[in-house]
Design a protein around this ligand. Sequence first.
Ligand code: PHE
Ligand code: ZN
Length: 881
Amino acid sequence: MKTDTGQDVRLEDYRPTDFEIETVDLTFRLDPAQTRVTSRIALRRRSGTKADVPLVLDGDELNLVALKINDVAADNECFAATPSSLEIRDLPETEVFTLEIVTEIAPAENTKLMGLYRSNGVYCTQCEAEGFRRITYFLDRPDVLAVFTTCIEAPTNDAPLLLSNGNPGETGELGDGWHFAVWHDPHPKPSYLFALVAGDLAVVRDWFVTRSGKPVVLEIYVEHGKQIRANYAMDALKRAMSWDEERFGREYDLSVFMIVAVSDFNMGAMENKGLNIFNDKYVLADSDTATDADYANIEAIIAHEYFHNWTGNRITCRDWFQLCLKEGLTVYRDHEFSADMRSRPVKRIAEVRLLKAHQFPEDSGPLAHPVRPEHYSEINNFYTATVYEKGSEVVRMLATILGPTEFKAGLDLYFSRHDGDAATIEDFLKCFEDANQVKLTQFALWYRQAGTPVLTVSARFDGRARKLMLDIEQSAPATPGQPKKRPMHIPLRFGLIDADGAEIKTSDIEGIDVTGDVMHVKRRAHKIVISKVRKRPVISLNRSFSAPINIHFEQGTEDLFHLARFETDAYSRWQALNELALRGLIAATGAVRDDTDIVPDEALVSGIIASLEDGTLEPAMRAQAVLLPGEADIARELGNNIDPDAIFEARNGVLDIVAMTGADAFDKVADGFTPSGRYTPDAESAGKRALYLAALDYLSRISLPADALLPIFRSADNMTIMAGVLAILAHRFPETAAAETALAEFELRFRENPLVIDKWLQIQATIPGQATLARVKQLMGSNHFSIENPNRVRALIGSFSAGNPTGFNRADGAAFAFLAGLIIELDARNPQVAARILTSMRSWKSLEPVRQEKARTALVAISEQPSLSPDVRDITDRTLG
Ligand code: PHE
Ligand code: ZN
């Protein structure tokens, strides 16, 4: 399987390697321009592998310096080395033999941030998915598990700290100001989990005793002076460790667990065995520099990477098609963790919002792919919302279908049966089947069929017969390579609510299997009869979003209002209100395009305000109620012929009316907010801040002008309020003196803190309207921006292209053309980040014709570049379709 040249790799072609690697002994002699890597690997020819089968190791931009076979310099005739492979013929006939491979690499020139690179003077590695082959020639695939020992040599001054996976071993001086350290990882692992860090960093140290009494040293490494900002991450780590013991029975398995925060990182973080490497954005926090959202992300990502120790590391993936085996399951685990740490319904709302904002559009556009893809040309492009978020939803559905005890039994079996394995989705599902004597054949389709399923529902109540008739039909849209879909097993939680708001118990249901409050939709069509229903009920479907689907159900507005008030499931109350709001916003968009007045339903407006005022709800819930669907939500619902300007205008029109009608209520919320002295990042306090900011946002439409917001911005004593008010100022009052003053003061205050400057860049990049493109270009020229740093690129360019519908989709296409140029430039440095940013064009075909044509022109311009990376080539080709 070759993957670095952009050719198609197929799941069906999987076969095990001819050779196994038992041990790997690595020695790194670190130098920014010329690091020498000596890799001694002990290989074993698999039984059945013929003696004349050559060994082909993967490489990527490598330079072979020396090769020994069984400690003897290899003959030139018996091997062929290129930057991307090392092929060895004439191998010893013995079953076991060793290779010593010496390569030379230049970490300081590694701009792709894959393999060994330098970030702010610190050596670090990123090996998932195929970065290890940029360090040394290897069987760089997840089903080759070996025991690693790593010796790092470096100048003591430059790199006093030398870290790798596993447990620390010997250390010492080498003379000439050099020193070394040895690390040994007893757990066999694939190369993508290898890590090395060397540099001058500060450490925050703590400890944890596992429930079986083993002490674990916990270390978080950060740049000097930033130790205090790692305290929250440490706290989250300890909570994650005990939670995983209690909830899933998983204990940590080494004597030390280390996290290193680096400032140049392609993704969020990486679960390398015993040595997680993090984008510093997901480690560093204090109240002056991090928002509530940052804290929540840190908690979730620290937990996510820690949880990978079992779901990913102890049990890894057989091949990269099985990526969701570790990612979907681990996201599910981190979601559950956050739900337990915070408010479960509020967390569920956030998950669904995220899923709909990222995964649904992916699933309905040219980049749609199954949770477990069947082919790829560039694996880096499959770290997607589908693999992660839908993958998590699939695990959640499994838990819903089986029930908690049965789900746990299956997962326990998975942990015991596959510990130490490189497993597949089939292996995973088989554990749930075997533990519970069930068949999951149909359920498995969730992993194979792309596209968001649609349930079309109609209901009829026969009062005389006391019967409720439900017709349910499922379908799934065509997706690339999959024109036709088979019916899936959709677990649909439901409830019936009577006129007084009480839950109606149902016992007599025909036409579908039901367990508890879950209907098991399995056929293409179900005719369901629910008997013994005395009065017309209001039907609540897909409670707590039990399945990641779209529902087409012509449910009357009164019924939705009824659910918004009375549903017993808090998530579903929000869902009903949100659905109503979406309908109102769609209607308003129609009005704008027809040039008629925007007249939102009075009941909708008062429903929103009633939720805002509902003192029985937690503040975070009240904030969610008034946070109406965004422009992207409206666009997704409309599906085609999108005019982002019309959506923007319509949404503003509705928000203005809500603000005017609810002025008193918003005032009351804003006045009642007391910045309660010392900032704490807990969910409850965060909810109060979210509610306050939501109120300010509405008030800024009526009674709170820019000049009144400026003092609020200035007196903010934490970053959540400060950045929140700055965003309101900049977005609602662009180019006013107050907004520009606030931006300038913010910059002045935080100019030494790049993570905070990212917020400043992002707020400006998402100012609605035509003019923002010029601002983005100007900001690119400021000394705060650097195309070399992924966080800066994402904050400015990523949020402009993915989070600014009116600015990015300018009707003249200027922003598309700008992005095309930038992608080409970035691609030459860092293909992975370039490809990721480019996915913001995935919904171009749903734009109205004029914009669509401009978008196509930009995509074609990229496509015509002769030397695109496989990453950008793949996204461009698939996006163009
Ligand atoms: N495996 C990482 C995670 O989700 C993500 C990642 C993928 C990081 C590839 C870097 C490169 O936890
Ligand atoms: Zn992960």
